[in-house]
Design a protein around this ligand. Structure first.
Ligand code: HEC
Ligand code: HEC
Ligand code: HEC
Ligand code: HEC
Length: 187
């Protein structure tokens, strides 16, 4: 009898270990992009105004930039037509979830948001609830991108801030991060 209990407990422990490892190694929940307005419902002035800081950042303009004359000139020069908002190569770094299937975007998502919260934090439909958000591990298990070190953050920035950008003039991580930092208010 006792032996059986021990075996069952052991089996359960190994199972949960396997489940945990799977979650850790593949945060591939079927999450959808919900848009900045939804994240902003909770991330306003009281908690550090992440929404307001983002709205004032260049990231919020990244899609609109593709509608500018400067962008038109760049795609013309490259022989890619005259509408940068239709060019996959440009969209890749100027919108959130570029190239993903239409089914991955909820109605509340807007391409006009450019580089939105979810470009850096991951599609949010599964981690957006207060209960999950207050639990770091649960958030990560539900699709929130995890940054363990500053080097992880810098690497994420450089997926776009690199010489493949036609207007690239170098990237100084510390200065750039200071410009867009949006810490949570203590207390
Ligand atoms: C229902 C309210 C709510 C919504 C919606 C929400 N959050 Fe949160 N979020 C919270 C709370 C509460 C915390 C935990 C307290 C804190 O750090 O401010 C949190 C924490 C976070 C953190 C820090 C988590 C950690 O463990 O390091 C990030 C990043 C974040 N939210 C991003 C987002 C993004 C991106 C969205 C939209 C996809 C979003 N949140 C939507 C309430 C919300
Ligand atoms: C998914 C692509 C993408 C990622 C990831 C990204 N950026 Fe950007 N970033 C852009 C684009 C596109 C612009 C230009 C927007 C515009 O002017 O229309 C930009 C502009 C900026 C600017 C303003 C221009 C400047 O050079 O001063 C800063 C600052 C910045 N990003 C910082 C960061 C930091 C820090 C990170 C990492 C935490 C980061 N970005 C991650 C795409 C990205
Ligand atoms: C590898 C990512 C990447 C690609 C691909 C990319 N961009 Fe950008 N773009 C950025 C980033 C990051 C910035 C801001 C810093 C910089 O200029 O590198 C930016 C800034 C810009 C700016 C503003 C420059 C300024 O000085 O204000 C324009 C215009 C622009 N991009 C147009 C385009 C067009 C048009 C395409 C497609 C041909 C394109 N980008 C492709 C990442 C990219
Ligand atoms: C260019 C990338 C980028 C964008 C855009 C972005 N964030 Fe973040 N955010 C980060 C990084 C990197 C961190 C620091 C690492 C972490 O805490 O996960 C962070 C931290 C946070 C935190 C935790 C702050 C703390 O002090 O613990 C919250 C909350 C948050 N972001 C919410 C948002 C919301 C809401 C938006 C959109 C309105 C947004 N972020 C847009 C990259 C970004």
């Amino acid at each position: 009898m006792k032996k059986a209990v021990v075996l069952v407990v052991f089996a359960l422990l190994s199972l949960s270990l396997v489940a945990f490892t799977l979650l850790e190694s593949s945060p591939t929940v079927d999450a959808k992009y919900i848009g900045t307005k939804k994240c902003g419902m909770c991330h306003k002035a009281k908690t550090g105004d992440q929404l307001g800081i983002w709205e004032k950042s260049q990231h919020a303009q990244a899609y609109k930039t593709l509608q500018s004359d400067a962008s038109k000139a760049i795609v013309k020069e490259k022989g890619l037509g005259d509408d940068a908002t239709k060019v996959a190569e440009c969209l890749a770094c100027h919108v959130t979830g570029a190239g993903e299937d239409a089914s991955k975007f909820e109605k509340s998502f807007s391409i006009e948001d450019g580089i939105s919260c979810e470009a850096c934090h991951g599609a949010g439909s599964e981690y957006k609830s207060k209960k999950i958000m207050e639990d770091h591990a649960a958030s990560v298990a539900n699709g929130m991108t995890e940054y363990k070190t500053e080097a992880d953050i810098e690497a994420q920035c450089k997926t776009c801030h690199n010489e493949k950008s036609p207007t690239f003039k170098g990237f100084k991580f510390k200065e750039a991060w200071a410009k867009i930092a949006h810490p949570t208010k203590e207390g």
